[in-house]
Ligand binder design. Structure first.
Ligand code: WT7
Length: 661
């Protein structure tokens, strides 16, 4: 707080950082940004020179995102051939950086750590690639990865990329049913997992979850399960083993040759699928490709974290999410970064773990989510101040809007006022940062993602689809393609066009609301569709509803988001039971329904509240009025607005009488 009691609203880049930054003034940012839009060929062509291309491109970019002009298609670096794994690993080894540390692995427990150099990573990537080849995996094959945050996770992703296989990493916190659904959609022959993992004090039997998934229908494509014996979490003699299908990593990978062929693939060859929730239906397989993704992930990493060779970088995200793809596996390695890979959770063994790790490895660039920042903030400053943290230069945040209190705490307590905060807005679909400060160039405002990255042309539309010029708010859209953008939804191009390009013709629709202020800064307001952002993770209301009605007692369910001090949003479910149930039903019913959601999706989708609803507020045409449910869930029933369109307005009174029951 300043002397007159007001909070500072704008923060200039720290002077030391700015003096050496890749982009060191707002003017320089603007010059580069303008060029990136006016002459994308020159701008991206120059950046792309930094990578290895087996064959150079003929055309930088070609796209149609206007469905009224024909099918949506997006292509970057047409005619080029390259390989992601070669650019992430081999290129650096060949340039003499083989001894450089790629990963400082820090296990769940404080005494567990190991180091992997670029040369060691290259060897391991080749060994895994050779194993996959020996099992018939080839260019274009799908591989499902269900691993915790051990170095073998990025290594397996890179092994797929090396041979042109398409990886689908499933976060190892999703349930057997979720995993099975993703396997059914991409039909891999190989699944890679571990015996188990410990997250904090909690052991999780990952192999057992894979076994359960593979017992479900639709998963018969899988003929091999490669199991890393993560004995410090769960030794292999505690794990069930299916002869002929299961193989222990330690038995079959280390014996493979440390050289493997590289599959040079076309620029638009698929690199990975990552399943994410939408407002309707099942999770969709967002498909990313090769050259544009590479250039996008690498360039944002370099500029947004202002990365240089002497940095130690650490992103707390799991590779099961896009943040772990672009900012653990790919972006940092394309830049030959040294990074911490952390298996555990920020609060184990206590809330000082992150800052102890920062001191242990002299982390200079740190990247996490607002939910983690808020929970550490709630634990008390003493967990932070027991560490020095003098190495920190850039502090990043991602996943949901960050409230100004948490932003200031991150800046002042964690960063000691010496580091720059970068609030990075982007999505699974965008592949890389879209709206974000550059730490040496763009003054930050707490709560704003600030200005667009190079090549990104955002706009804000009003209800009628008209662009809002100057200050104002509405729907956040993007006006042209950018290199790392998704290319389709795997197996469902129609859904891709429908979801992202048919909402407003000629624009990519983000699903977020946003406000632009008088300085042109963008403030993300959150989702405008039926997606709930729990601790930075996207959960579709439709998915939770379908999990609930999957239980034999549940006739109907309606799920809405409610604001939460630490998690950002939580899941609030209104549930109608079958037949002549009495309300409230016995406590076991609530437990059974919650267990059902955890089984169908995973613990991250656990509803915070189940609110019994003998009936739901509906219009005469039978449409659930979610607006009313949101108000009731948020205890704002004094602002219900017009309820006269309800088929039966008395439903509201009944709902209110059952609150907390
Ligand atoms: C949604 C995308 C991108 C990696 C993590 C989440 C929200 C993301 C921010 C931010 C405000 C943010 C948006 C977006 N979001 N970053 N800095 N400020 N909101 O990826 O699961 O694809 O979710 O997360 O609502 O649409 P995701």
């Amino acid at each position: 707080m300043s002397a007159n009691g007001e909070y500072q609203t704008s923060y200039d880049p720290p002077k030391d950082l700015q003096a050496q930054a890749h982009v060191n003034s707002l003017d320089e940012y603007k010059r580069m940004y303008d060029q990136s839009l006016k002459d994308p060929e020159a701008f991206w062509g120059k950046i792309a020179e930094d990578f290895y291309w087996k064959k150079k491109w003929d055309v930088i970019e070609k796209h149609n995102i206007d469905t009224s002009k024909g099918p949506v298609s997006i292509e970057w670096f047409l005619g080029a051939q390259t390989n992601l794994a070669y650019n992430a690993v081999d290129r650096h080894v060949e340039a003499g950086m083989g001894d450089r540390v790629a990963f400082f692995w820090e296990g769940n427990d404080v005494d567990q750590s190991r180091t992997v150099t670029y040369k060691q990573l290259q060897d391991q990537v080749c060994q895994v690639a050779n194993f996959l080849l020996s099992k018939g995996v080839k260019k274009g094959s799908d591989v499902t990865i269900y691993l915790p945050m051990i170095p073998e996770l990025p290594a397996t992703m890179l092994a797929c990329a090396r041979i042109g296989a398409v990886h689908s990493v499933v976060f190892a916190g999703f349930s057997a049913e979720s995993l099975a659904g993703r396997i059914e959609d991409s039909r891999p022959s190989v699944v890679v997992t571990t015996s188990g993992v410990k997250r904090g004090a909690k052991p999780i039997e990952l192999k057992k979850i894979v076994d359960e998934a593979l017992a479900l229908p639709g998963t018969d494509s899988v003929t091999t399960v490669l199991v890393y014996d993560h004995s410090i979490a769960l030794p292999r003699n505690k794990v069930a083993f299916t002869e002929g299908r299961d193989v222990w990593w330690q038995d079959v990978v280390p014996g493979q040759p440390t050289e493997a062929p590289i599959e040079w693939v076309d620029a638009e060859h698929p690199s990975f699928k990552l399943y994410t929730s939408g407002s309707t239906g099942k999770p969709k397989g967002v498909l990313h490709t090769t050259a544009g993704y590479m250039v996008g992930a690498a360039t944002t990493f370099k500029y947004v974290f202002d990365h240089r060779a002497s940095d130690v970088y650490w992103c707390t995200a799991d590779c099961g999410w896009i943040t772990g793809h672009s900012y653990v596996t790919y972006g940092p390695l394309f830049n030959a970064a040294s990074q911490v890979v952390f298996e555990g959770v920020p609060t184990y063994p206590d809330a000082g773990r992150c800052w102890d790790i920062v001191d242990k490895y002299n982390v200079s660039l740190f990247y996490t989510a607002p939910t983690a920042i808020r929970s550490l903030m709630a634990a008390g400053d003493e967990f932070v101040t027991r560490s020095k943290r003098s190495s920190l230069r850039v502090l990043g945040t991602v996943g949901e809007p960050i409230n100004p209190e948490a932003w200031r705490w991150y800046n002042e307590v964690v960063g000691g006022g010496r580091a720059a905060i970068v609030d990075t807005w982007w999505q699974t679909e965008t592949g890389a940062h879209m709206i974000t400060p550059l730490p040496g160039a763009i003054p930050a405002k707490p709560g704003s993602a600030t200005l667009p990255f190079f090549g990104v042309e955002p706009a804000i539309l009003d209800e009628s689809g008209k662009e809002v010029e100057g200050p104002g708010q509405g729907y956040l859209v993007v006006k042209r393609s950018w290199p790392s953008m998704l290319r389709t939804i795997a197996g469902d191009h129609a859904r891709f066009e429908q979801t992202y390009f048919n909402v407003y013709k000629g624009y990519y629709f983000t699903g977020d609301g946003a406000r632009r202020d008088e300085d042109g800064y963008i403030w993300i307001l959150g989702r405008v569709d039926d997606v709930i952002n729990v601790s930075g993770h996207r959960i579709g209301t439709a998915e939770v509803e379908s999990a609930l009605v999957g239980h034999h007692l549940c006739a109907e369910a309606a799920v809405v988001p409610v604001e939460h001090a630490i998690k950002g949003q939580v899941i609030y479910a209104f549930v109608t039971l079958y037949g002549d149930a009495t309300y409230p039903p016995p406590e076991e019913t609530r437990k059974a329904l919650i267990a059902q959601v955890r089984k169908a999706i995973g613990p991250i989708a656990t509803p915070d509240v189940i609110h019994w609803a003998p009936s739901l507020p509906k219009t005469r045409s039978g449409k659930i009025m979610r607006r009313i449910l949101r108000k009731i869930a948020s205890r704002e029933e004094d602002q219900l607005g017009d309820i006269s369109t309800l088929a039966d307005p008395s439903v509201v009174e009944t709902l209110l009488s059952l609150r907390g029951k």
